[in-house]
Write a protein that binds this ligand. Structure first.
Ligand code: ANZ
Length: 961
C-alpha cells in the first residue's frame, strides 16, 4: 500500500495547480469574494511561522469560499520599499533593487511551497516603477485637492538613520527602527491633510465588521473632543493681551485658580519680546527638547515655573497666576489650559506641589446603576435630604459599614434630616439611634453628595442630597439599640479596602473616595460659581460656553507626515521652481523614477541621497520652463500600502491605476486578515485614501475593508517573541523539509488555538497533525485496496448509518465553525471523525460504496485545511476535477438531529419539574419551553424572579422572592 509522502505529493500538486491556473480569476466579479492578506514586507529573513498562521487562516477561508462556488480573489504582493533594504545597501553596497528582488523571490518560493492558493498572475511589488508610478499619481490627486501640503515643522530627527520620523515612528523617545534616542529639528515636510477627514473616519467605523478593540483604538487615535475655547485677559504684558484655553469642562471655570501655558506657547512669547526671568527661560527651552510622551507620563512628578504674570478669571473676576508647565502640550487645543485642581488630576498634582489654591466647584451627582436601587430613568424622582457619615473605630483603622440583609445592600451610616435639626445634629442623632455609640467627634464635612436612586421600600425614585461627614468614635461606650434598628441592619467593622467591595450604594463609595482625597471629575451640581451655583454641570456647560467662550472641537490626530529623506521610497512627484513654487510633475511624465545609485548614504543635510544626483535633480519647471529642482524626499511606505488592494484588480494596466468599473465591482475587500499591530496607521491611512479618492471621483465606495480579522501572535516555545537575536525563530521550510510537509504545518497552525489568540509554539504539536494526516491517508489506502463496489450485509446497515451520522455531524460542525473562524475546533471535529471511522471499520468492512462516499465527504471538508493530501485522495477516490472547486457538502438534517437531554427546573434550588430538549439548546430555547411547564408555573406564581441560573444541558434555577 502507498505511504503518505508529502515530499513528493505536495510539489506535484503545486505544479499541477500552477499549470491549470486553478486559483486565477478574471475580472468578472459576479458572486465575488475578495479575501486579502496584509501583504508582507519582504525582509531578508524570509517567512516565519507567524506569517504562516496569518496566511493559513486566510487561505483556508478563501478555499472554503471557493468550494461554495464563489469567485475568490486571493492575491499576494510585496510592500517592498522601506528602510531596512536601504540600510542593508548602506552596509553592503548591494542596491535595494537587487536585495529586494532576492527577498521577494525567496518569499514567493516559500509561499508556493506552502501551497497557498494565491492568484500569482496578480502579484505586485510596490517598489516597481509600474506600481509607484500610480502611487505618485495618487499623490498628485491629493495635491490638486489641497490635501497634500508642505510646512516647516519641528520634526523628530534620528541622527543614526539621518532621517525625519513621523510621530508614530517614535516609540518612547526612540527611533522605531534603530532604537536610538531622537531629537527635534526644524524642516520643511510634506503632509497629507488627514485631519480634514477626521469626522468621516470616525463615523465610518460604526458600520464596519471589525474587532471592537481595533475600532476603539482608531477612535482614540482620532481623539475627537468637544469643548470650549475661552479667552483670559492677560495683565501687564506688552507682547500679548489674552490667553486662549481649550477646555472640555467650562462648567468648572469658577475653580480655575491658575492658567498653564505650554513651553511652545511661552516660547512664542519670548520671541515676541517677553522679558522673562532666566529661570523661566531655561525651563521653557529645556522643556522643548523633551519627548511628548515623557511629558505626558502621569507617573512623573509635575514640573513648572511661575511666570510672574497674571490673568483674570472671567467668572470670579479674580486675578490668577500664569505658569508654564510641560504637561501642557503645544500642539493640542490652544496650547494653554485653565487649571482646575479640584477636579482635574494633573492640575491637582501640580497645585499640591506648587501650593496653588484649590477650589471645589462641583458637588458630585451619582446615579445608582446596580442592584435593586437602580434609578428608573423614565420615572419622576422626589428630592430628599439626609446625611452620610463615615465613622472610624476608636482604636483601630476600621470603619462602620451597615449590612442590610433584606436588600442585600451595603452602606455607610445614613439617615434623613428631621425638621429643625442641622445636618450635624442629624449625624449625632442617627449614630446614637442606629449604633448606640455615645461619644463621638464630628471632625469634618467631606462634602455634599447628590444621588439618584430607587427607594425600594417606598417604591419610588429619589434624588438625595447628603452632606457627608467624617466622624471618629472616642471610645466603645454604647447604649442599647432598639430591636427595630437591629432587625434592619447589622454593623460591620471594615478597613477602607474592605469598604470598597462592600458598599453597594455608589454615592457612599464616592464618600470614601473623597475622604481619601481623590479628585472628582464627573458631573454634578455647581457651587462657588456665582450665578451658576446650584445648576447641573451639563446644563451649565452650555450656558457658560455662550457667556464666556465659544464651542470648539479638537482632535488628537495630526496630519500625516508623508515625506522621508531616504532613497528607497517612491519619489514625491513635485518640482520646485524659484518662480512658480511647488509644481506637480505632469501625469504623462510619471513615474519619476528612482535613479540608480552607488552611494546610498543620506546627504546628511536633512535631504535624501537623491540630492546628490545632479542630472536627476536639475530639471526644467513644467510651468515656466525655467531652471528648477526635483523634490528629493520620498514617500513614507504607508503611502504604498494605502492603495495596493485597488491595484490587485488591474495589476498590469499601464494606462491607469485601476479600471473604475472593475474596482467598484470587486471592492470593498470582503475579508481582510492581518496583524493587530496595524490597528491604527495602515488601516486609518487606507481608509483616508479611499475616502479622498471617492471625493476625487475615482471610486464609488468609501471604506476599503468591510470585515477585518486579526490573527494572534505565535510565540516561541519558551513563551518569548520569536526574534533572530534570541535564536528562537522557527523556519517553516525547515519543518517541511524535515518531512512534515506543508499540510501538517498548516493544519497545526490552525489547530494550535483560537485563531485570534496569542499562543506559544509547541514543537511536538505538529507531530499530532502529521499523525492525523497519516491516519487519513492510510485508511483510504486500505479502503482502496479492498474489492470495491460490493454489497453489504443487512446486518451492517445500522453501522452504515452510524458512519453517515458521524460524517454528517462533522460536516455541520466544520461548516458552522468555519463561518465564525473556529478553525481549531473544526480540525478537532475532523480528528474525532477519523477516530470514529477507525472504530467502525472493525465491523463495517472497507471497500464499499458507502465508505467511498464518506471518505469523499471527509476529503472535501478537510480540503481547505490540508490542500495537497486531499487533492491526492480526491483523485484516488475518483472525485471529479479538483477537490478545491468541488461543491462544499451539505449535511442531511435527519442525520444530525441531536439527542434529547433532560433539563431539571429548580425554584430557589429545589427541583420542581423537568423538561426534555435537544442537547446543546440555548438558554433562550430552554426557558421558552420551561415557560409552558405547569409544575414550574405553580411554584413561580406570585413570586418575582430576581435572576436565573442556567447550566447548559443540565438545569435552570429560578431565584425568586
Ligand atoms: C479644565 C478642566 C477641568 C479640564 C476639569 C478637565 C477637567 P481631552 O478630552 O483630551 O480633549 N487640555 C487642553 N489642552 C491641553 C493641552 N494642550 N495639553 C494638556 N492638556 C490640555 O481633554 C481636554 C482637557 O485637557 C481640557 O479640559 C484641559 O483640561 C486639558 F475638571 O480644562 B480641562
Amino acid at each position: 500500500m502507498k505511504k503518505y509522502d508529502p515530499k513528493t505529493l505536495e510539489p506535484k500538486w503545486q505544479q499541477i495547480w500552477a499549470e491549470t491556473k486553478l486559483y486565477e480569476v478574471d475580472n468578472d466579479a459576479q458572486n465575488k469574494e475578495y479575501v486579502l492578506d496584509m501583504f508582507p514586507y519582504p525582509s531578508g529573513a524570509g517567512l516565519h511561522i507567524g506569517h504562516v498562521r496569518n496566511f493559513s487562516i486566510s487561505d483556508t477561508y478563501a478555499r472554503y469560499q471557493r468550494q461554495h462556488g464563489k469567485r475568490v480573489l486571493h492575491p499576494m504582493g510585496w510592500d517592498a520599499f522601506g528602510l531596512p533594504a536601504e540600510n542593508y545597501a548602506i552596509k553592503t553596497g548591494t542596491a535595494p533593487q537587487i536585495s529586494t528582488k532576492q527577498n521577494t523571490d525567496n518569499f514567493r518560493r516559500q509561499m508556493q511551497t506552502l501551497g497557498f492558493s494565491y492568484d500569482w498572475s496578480r502579484e505586485i511589488d510596490t517598489s516597481a516603477p509600474e506600481y509607484y508610478r500610480w502611487t505618485q499619481w495618487i499623490f498628485l490627486q491629493l495635491f490638486e485637492m489641497g490635501l497634500a501640503y508642505q510646512a516647516e515643522n519641528l520634526q523628530w530627527w534620528c541622527e543614526t538613520d539621518q532621517t525625519v520620523l513621523a510621530n508614530e515612528q517614535v516609540e518612547a523617545g526612540k527611533c522605531w527602527r534603530c532604537g536610538n534616542p531622537v531629537t527635534k529639528k526644524p524642516l520643511k515636510q510634506w503632509f497629507f491633510k488627514i485631519t480634514d477627514y477626521a469626522d468621516q473616519l470616525l463615523d465610518g467605523l460604526d458600520d464596519l465588521d471589525w474587532p471592537e478593540k481595533i475600532k476603539l483604538m482608531q477612535r482614540n487615535w482620532i481623539g475627537r473632543s468637544v469643548g470650549a475655547e475661552i479667552s483670559f485677559e492677560l495683565l501687564d504684558a506688552s507682547f500679548e493681551k489674552k490667553i486662549d484655553v481649550f477646555t472640555t469642562r467650562i462648567d468648572t471655570l469658577g475653580g480655575a485658580t491658575f492658567l498653564v501655558v505650554s513651553p511652545e506657547l511661552a516660547n512664542t512669547w519670548l520671541e515676541a519680546g517677553w522679558q522673562a526671568d532666566d529661570e523661566v527661560k531655561k525651563y521653557i527651552l529645556d522643556s522643548l527638547k523633551k519627548a511628548e510622551i515623557d511629558r505626558q507620563d502621569t507617573a512623573k512628578e509635575k514640573t513648572g515655573v511661575n511666570t510672574g504674570l497674571n490673568a483674570v478669571n472671567p467668572l470670579t473676576k479674580t486675578n490668577i497666576p500664569v505658569v508654564v508647565a510641560d504637561y501642557v502640550l503645544g500642539g493640542y487645543g490652544t496650547g494653554a489650559i485653565m487649571a482646575v485642581p479640584a477636579h482635574d488630576e494633573r492640575d491637582y498634582e501640580f497645585a499640591q506641589k506648587f501650593k496653588m489654591p484649590i477650589v471645589e466647584v462641583i458637588e458630585p451627582v451619582l446615579t445608582q446603576t446596580t442592584g435593586s436601587a437602580t434609578f428608573r430613568h423614565n420615572e419622576p424622582a422626589q428630592d430628599s435630604h439626609g446625611v452620610i457619615a463615615l465613622i472610624k473605630h476608636w482604636s483601630q483603622d476600621k470603619y462602620i459599614g451597615l449590612s442590610w440583609p433584606d436588600a442585600g445592600w451595603g452602606t455607610l451610616l445614613t439617615g434623613g434630616i428631621d425638621e429643625g435639626l442641622t445636618a450635624e445634629q442629624t449625624v449625632r442623632k442617627e449614630i446614637l439611634e442606629e449604633t448606640g455609640f455615645r461619644n463621638i467627634k464630628v471632625l469634618r464635612q467631606i462634602g455634599t453628595i447628590h444621588s439618584k436612586y430607587y427607594h425600594e421600600p417606598k417604591k419610588a425614585n429619589r434624588f438625595g442630597h447628603a452632606p457627608t461627614f467624617y466622624v471618629e468614635l472616642e471610645n466603645g461606650e454604647r447604649d442599647q439599640v432598639s430591636e427595630d434598628e437591629k432587625q434592619k441592619h447589622e454593623i460591620k467593622w471594615l478597613t477602607k479596602a474592605e469598604l470598597e467591595g462592600f458598599l453597594t450604594a455608589t454615592s457612599h463609595a464616592q464618600a470614601v473616595k473623597m475622604f481619601e482625597g481623590q479628585v472628582y471629575n464627573g458631573e454634578g451640581i455647581l457651587k462657588n460659581s456665582g450665578d451658576f451655583s446650584g445648576q447641573e454641570s451639563a446644563l451649565a456647560r452650555e450656558k457658560m460656553t455662550t457667556k464666556f467662550g465659544r464651542e470648539r472641537v479638537n482632535y488628537k490626530m495630526r496630519d500625516w507626515l508623508i515625506s522621508r529623506q531616504r532613497y528607497w521610497g517612491a519619489p514625491i512627484p513635485i518640482i520646485h521652481c524659484p518662480k512658480d513654487g511647488a509644481v506637480a510633475v505632469p501625469a504623462d511624465q510619471l513615474p519619476v523614477e528612482l535613479p540608480e545609485l552607488k552611494d546610498f548614504q543620506p546627504s546628511g543635510d536633512g535631504r535624501s541621497p537623491l540630492a546628490k544626483v545632479k542630472d536627476w535633480l536639475e530639471v526644467g519647471c513644467p510651468k515656466c520652463g525655467g531652471p528648477a529642482q526635483r523634490e528629493t524626499d520620498t514617500m513614507d511606505t504607508f503611502a504604498c500600502s494605502s492603495w495596493y488592494f485597488l491595484r490587485f484588480i488591474n495589476p498590469h494596466d499601464d494606462v491607469q491605476a485601476w479600471n473604475k468599473n472593475d474596482v467598484d465591482a470587486w471592492l470593498p475587500v470582503d475579508t481582510y486578515i492581518g496583524g493587530a499591530e496595524h490597528a491604527v496607521l495602515h488601516l486609518l491611512y487606507a481608509r483616508f485614501w479611499t475616502k479622498a479618492l471617492r471625493d476625487s471621483g475615482h471610486l464609488n465606495f468609501d471604506e476599503p475593508f468591510k470585515s477585518l480579522r486579526n490573527q494572534g501572535l505565535i510565540l516561541a516555545s519558551d513563551g518569548r517573541k520569536m526574534s533572530k537575536s534570541l535564536g528562537n525563530v522557527i523556519d517553516p521550510l525547515d519543518l517541511i523539509n524535515e518531512g512534515y510537509g506543508a499540510d501538517a504545518l498548516r493544519l497545526y497552525e490552525l489547530f494550535i488555538g483560537p485563531y485570534d489568540q496569542t499562543v506559544a509554539w509547541n514543537p511536538n504539536g505538529i507531530d499530532g497533525t502529521k499523525r492525523f494526516l497519516n491516519r487519513v491517508y492510510a485508511i483510504v489506502q486500505e479502503h482502496l485496496s479492498q474489492d470495491s463496489g460490493f454489497r453489504i450485509q443487512d446486518s451492517e446497515s445500522s453501522l452504515e448509518t452510524a458512519l453517515a451520522i458521524a460524517t454528517n455531524k462533522t460536516i455541520k460542525k466544520v461548516t458552522v465553525d468555519l463561518e465564525s473562524y473556529g478553525f481549531n475546533t473544526a480540525v478537532a471535529a475532523m480528528m474525532e471523525l477519523v477516530n470514529e471511522m477507525y472504530k467502525l471499520k472493525v465491523d463495517l468492512p472497507l471497500g464499499s460504496d458507502a465508505w467511498r462516499d464518506n471518505f469523499k465527504l471527509l476529503v472535501q471538508i478537510l480540503a481547505p485545511f490540508a490542500p495537497h493530501i486531499t487533492e491526492e485522495l480526491w483523485q484516488q477516490l475518483d472525485g471529479e476535477g479538483s477537490v478545491h472547486i468541488s461543491t462544499w457538502p451539505a449535511w442531511d438534517e435527519n442525520l444530525v438531529k441531536d439527542d434529547l437531554v433532560t433539563i431539571v427546573l429548580q425554584v430557589n434550588g429545589k427541583v420542581r419539574s423537568q423538561i426534555e430538549i435537544e442537547a446543546g439548546a440555548s438558554e433562550d430555547a430552554v426557558k421558552k419551553l420551561a415557560a409552558a411547564d405547569e409544575n414550574l408555573n405553580r411554584h413561580l406564581q406570585g413570586k418575582t424572579v430576581i435572576k436565573t441560573i442556567f447550566v447548559p444541558d443540565k438545569l435552570v434555577n429560578y431565584v425568586v422572592k
